[in-house]
Structures are given as structure tokens and as C-alpha cells.
Ligand binder design. Structure first.
Ligand code: NAP
Ligand code: ZN
Ligand code: ZN
Length: 347
């Protein structure tokens, strides 16, 4: 066990502050990663403030991790010391259920182990990437290209795969009119991927000041959702809507923008449930669906796609001691478009 520096929430009402944790010794299948950058996901805020219930404290958040391998176990064949590596939202799963066998470990029937705010198979708490090192099983570790700016790669491990996966699952591409709702960490990656796949992309935002950025990110249109006339004019216009909204809102307002047979996929997880009116669905045979991150195989495919197409996240690099301010800014939708912690500030 090696003590290492981290940042943690001690309770749901305490700020994120310096904390020391221990990582397990490197086992035969493990890699040890010297963390270089860790993205700040809105899920970190939900969980650190126990907005979803069941949070485990002390909590070291962070599931958008990139770094360099400093040690490998004696049975590790897939990684070498000195290589870049990434860790996303989970670090283990049962490995035998139908979802795991189908490379969709995020939907594991019994034992997906989250990167933080969870317990591993031995019952020990898992700690995330607001820390200087992590030890992970090679099977749940990603290869990261040397070609891209590393701080921009970190958010791909959650914001990237969470938007890539549903766009792929629903075969979004040329000829589709797509709306991305909420231009934050997830939303801005959704725009990049949907545009790269050839769709006609509209950003639906509560922040008029983000229009210029939305177009620069690859969107073709921008609309402010607070404007009733605009929302009315968009009714029945979209084949596919990806909603990344992190706070309480009315689903019906967005469902009504779908065309005949259109689908809205929810990836944002507001703490409170929302009411859906049957009329929002039946009139045009619409579907409402959800999607959770992505499996290891698809996450690797997404990282490789990004390396090939030069796609990274637009980031604001921060020091670890800025984290509480970063949370406050995210809650005000003031993030352009992902905060990423420079882990050198923790060493
Ligand atoms: P974020 O960077 O804070 O972005 C959220 C955006 O939602 C804001 O920038 C804002 O965009 C919009 N928004 C906020 N409050 C709103 C409201 N009341 N009404 C309408 N729009 C609002 O958050 P994120 O990191 O992208 O995460 C978004 C959500 O996805 C969170 O709930 C997170 O927990 C969840 N998540 C889910 C998965 C999954 O696997 N399903 C994975 C990761 C994260 P505008 O300024 O453009 O309106
Ligand atoms: Zn996340
Ligand atoms: Zn499983």
C-alpha cells in the first residue's frame, strides 16, 4: 500500500479538500498509472453532494483519467511501462453476464465497479482521479494515443464515450436532424461527434452567449430554449435529440420537438424524477430512451476515432485547489467546456 495525495469530499456538505489515500499493490494483471490529467464531470458534483443517494464518504471523485504507466504486473501483456493510458467510469465488472460478454460492461447485471463512490470485489472503497496515482486491471484500462493534447483527451473517458455511444447505437449520420440539448461537457462532445458523423446539428441551450462557440464546435444551428416562439417553430423538427441536461426540467418540452418516429435519448441525470405526458409520445410514435457511458471496447474505438479525426475536448485546465470554484461555475452553466485538473498541482 502506497499513500498518495488526493482531493476528497468528507461529507455531502463539505468542500473538496486535500486528503491522503492508499492504492493497492500492483497485482499480476494490474497497471499502475501516474495520473497527469483528470476531467471534472457533472456526475462528480451529483455524487459528492449525494444528490442521487447512497454516496460513500470520504469520496475522491474523478472518472476522466489519463496518465502514464509506471509499473505493470507480471501477467500484463497489453501495456508497457512508459505508455499513456486512460481510465473511465468503471474499473471492474462480473465478466460473465450477457452484458459483460457482449462488451457492454456498463450494463453488467451484477457487479460493475465504478471508478469512485463504489466498493471493489474485496469491499474496499474505490477512489477516483482527483489523485496522483491509480492501480487498475489491464482489462479495464484504455490505450491513449500520443498524437493528441492529453488534457483534451481526459474528458473523452466519460463525456466523450457517453455521447459517442448513443449516437453510434442509433446509427446517427448523414440525413439526420439532431439536437444536442445543453452545451456543457457532454453536450459539446455530442456536437463534435454528431457533426463528424455527418448529421445536421442544432444546439438547444439556455445560454444565448454560447451561440458562437456552438457553431465553432461544429453545430449548424443554435436555438435558445427559453424563447417560446423559437421552441414552437422547432416542433416536430428533429429525428434525434440527445439531452445532457443536469438539472430539473420538463422532458415534454423537448419530446415535442421530435418528428414522426423520432427518438430522444436522455444521458443527463437530474436528481429529481420528471413527468412525461403520454401525449408527448403517442401523437408521433416517438421514443424516449436512455444511455449509460459505454463499454471498454467501444471506449477504445472512440479514443481511436478521436486520434484519427483529431477530436479532443475543449478544456479549461485548472489546479486542484480550484475545484470547488469549478463546481460552482458548472452549476451556473459557466464551463467552456470541460474543467480538467492538472494533477501536477497535487504532487
Ligand atoms: P455540465 O458540463 O455542467 O453541462 C450541463 C449543461 O446542461 C449546462 O452547461 C447547461 O447548458 C445545461 N443545463 C443546466 N441546467 C439546465 C436547466 N435547468 N435546463 C436546461 N438546461 C440546463 O454537465 P455534464 O458534465 O455535461 O453532465 C451533464 C449530465 O449528464 C449530468 O447530469 C451528469 O451526471 C450526466 N452524465 C450522465 C452520463 C451517462 O452515462 N448517462 C455520463 C456522464 C454524465 P446550456 O448553458 O447550454 O443550457
Ligand atoms: Zn462522468
Ligand atoms: Zn457482468
Amino acid at each position: 500500500m502506497t499513500p498518495i495525495n488526493a482531493y476528497a469530499a468528507q461529507t455531502e456538505s463539505s468542500p473538496i479538500a486535500p486528503f491522503t489515500i492508499e492504492r493497492r499493490e500492483v497485482g499480476p494483471q494490474d497497471v499502475q498509472i501516474d495520473i497527469l490529467y483528470c476531467g471534472v464531470c457533472h456526475s462528480d458534483i451529483h455524487q459528492a453532494r449525494d444528490e442521487w443517494g447512497g454516496s460513500i464518504f470520504p469520496m475522491v471523485p474523478g472518472h476522466e483519467i489519463v496518465g502514464r504507466i509506471i509499473k505493470v504486473g507480471d501477467q500484463v501483456t497489453d501495456f508497457k511501462v512508459g505508455e499513456l493510458a486512460g481510465v473511465g467510469c468503471f474499473v471492474d465488472s462480473c465478466r460473465t453476464c450477457p452484458s459483460c460478454l457482449a462488451n457492454e460492461e456498463q450494463y453488467c447485471d451484477t457487479a460493475m465497479v465504478a471508478t469512485y463512490n463504489d466498493r471493489d470485489k474485496e469491499g474496499n472503497p474505490t477512489y477516483g482521479g482527483y489523485s496522483t496515482q491509480i492501480v487498475t486491471d489491464q482489462k479495464y484500462t484504455l490505450h491513449v494515443s500520443e498524437k493528441l493534447a492529453l488534457e483534451g483527451v481526459a474528458p473523452l473517458l466519460c463525456a466523450g464515450i457517453t455521447t459517442y455511444s448513443p449516437l453510434r447505437h442509433w446509427n446517427i449520420g448523414k440525413g439526420h436532424k439532431v439536437a444536442i440539448v445543453g452545451l456543457g461537457g457532454l453536450g459539446h462532445m455530442g456536437v463534435k461527434f454528431a457533426a463528424a458523423f455527418g448529421a445536421d446539428v442544432t444546439v438547444l441551450s439556455t445560454s444565448p452567449s454560447k451561440e458562437k462557440d456552438a457553431l465553432a464546435l461544429g453545430a449548424h444551428h443554435f436555438a435558445v430554449t427559453k424563447d417560446e416562439a423559437t421552441m414552437k417553430s422547432l416542433q416536430g423538427k428533429f429525428d434525434f435529440i440527445l439531452s445532457t441536461i443536469s438539472a430539473q426540467h420538463d422532458y415534454n418540452q423537448y419530446l415535442n420537438l421530435l418528428t414522426l418516429n423520432g427518438t430522444m435519448v436522455v444521458v443527463g441525470v437530474p436528481p429529481q424524477p420528471s413527468t412525461v405526458h403520454a401525449f408527448s409520445l403517442i401523437g408521433k410514435r416517438r421514443s424516449l430512451a436512455g444511455s449509460l457511458i459505454g463499454g471498454i471496447k467501444e471506449t477504445q474505438e472512440m479514443l481511436d476515432y478521436c486520434a484519427e479525426h483529431n477530436i479532443v475536448s475543449d478544456v479549461e485546465v485548472i489546479k486542484a485547489d480550484y475545484i470547488n470554484e469549478a463546481y460552482e461555475r458548472m452549476l451556473k452553466a459557466d464551463v467552456r467546456y470541460r474543467f480538467v485538473i492538472d494533477i501536477a498541482s497535487l504532487k
